[in-house]
Design a protein around this ligand. Structure first.
Ligand SMILES: Cc1cc2nc3c(=O)[nH]c(=O)nc-3n(C[C@H](O)[C@H](O)[C@H](O)COP(=O)(O)O)c2cc1C
Length: 173
């Protein structure tokens, strides 16, 4: 798919058909996400693929009961392994770079999904401690986002964007 088209076509999907998506596509998402930049090339991004219905149910409960988490056939939970960055960058590595690094990787998954004609949604509203417990994350691993994936069962309207003229500043705010 043409690059600009992928960008324009992307929108969050929150309703899914139960059909599985091919493993090949999930692998491609991980492969692309691993090309994301990371602060100091610390490569903190790690991924947990979840398909087990019981785990999905628990993750839903830890994420303000968002239905899409339980309904999506596959979840990729994007995490940052801060043990690879905290020694170098301390608190900034743990609190700030880890989130940005995970967000960059997440975006590559979302764009790969568009290119593969798969629906995807990013969920950031969850309780970190509950997610950590469910997925048995070590204390140095931070959950960044839960990406829901599957064939879409909805076609939501594109959300309007603020005009560029209102967003861009020249030389100063
Ligand atoms: C940091 C972050 C957290 C988000 N958390 C959620 C979430 O918990 N649940 C959800 O349905 N969408 C979530 N979203 C998706 C946004 O609501 C969505 O991107 C926004 O409404 C714009 O819609 P679009 O991406 O379809 O254009 C999140 C997006 C970001 C960037």
């Amino acid at each position: 798919m043409e690059f600009d088209h992928v960008i324009r076509k992307r929108k969050m999907i929150r309703k899914y058909l139960p059909n599985k998506i091919p493993d090949r596509i999930v692998s491609k998402m991980i492969k692309n996400a691993s090309k994301a930049p990371s602060a100091g090339h610390t490569q903190v991004q790690e991924f947990i693929i979840v398909t087990d219905p019981a785990t999905k149910k628990k993750l839903r409960q830890a994420s303000v009961n968002q239905k899409s988490i339980e309904e999506a056939p596959v979840l990729i939970v994007v995490c940052s392994n801060t043990s690879r960055s905290v020694g170098r960058y301390g608190q900034r590595g743990r609190d700030f770079y880890s989130t940005i690094d995970g967000a960059f990787a997440s975006m590559l998954i979302l764009l790969t999904a568009v290119n593969e004609e798969i629906g995807a949604g990013f969920v950031g509203a969850f309780e970190d401690d509950k997610i950590a417990k469910i997925l048995e994350l070590p204390e140095y691993v931070k959950p960044i986002g839960i990406i829901t994936l599957g064939y879409p069962d909805e076609s939501p309207a594109k959300l309007e964007r603020i005009e560029n003229e209102q967003l861009v500043h020249y030389e100063r705010w």
